[in-house]
Design a protein around this ligand. Structure first.
Ligand SMILES: [Zn+2]
Length: 78
């Protein structure tokens, strides 16, 4: 009987870990549909491989990053 109890406990731990993995994947947001949300061009495949949730193509992401840096430098008077 002890063996069975032990096996049951182990499988419950595994189920909990698997459930947690699924939940954290869901809260991280949906996967990209492969289309840039800004220019509607296809996102580079290597970019999607690196980040399956990328919403912008490399060009738009760089533009957005540059814009963000500029705003940070100029503050609210941008
Ligand atoms: Zn784009």
């Amino acid at each position: 009987m002890d063996d069975i109890d032990c096996a049951t406990e182990r499988s419950e731990v595994f189920t909990g870990a698997a459930l947690h993995a699924v939940l954290s994947r869901v809260t991280a947001g949906p996967l990209s549909n492969g289309v840039c949300q800004s220019c509607q061009d296809a996102i580079e495949p290597e970019r999607l491989r690196a980040n399956p949730r990328a919403r912008l193509c490399a060009g738009c992401a760089a533009e957005e990053e540059a814009h963000r840096l500029r705003r940070r430098r100029c503050g609210p008077h941008d």
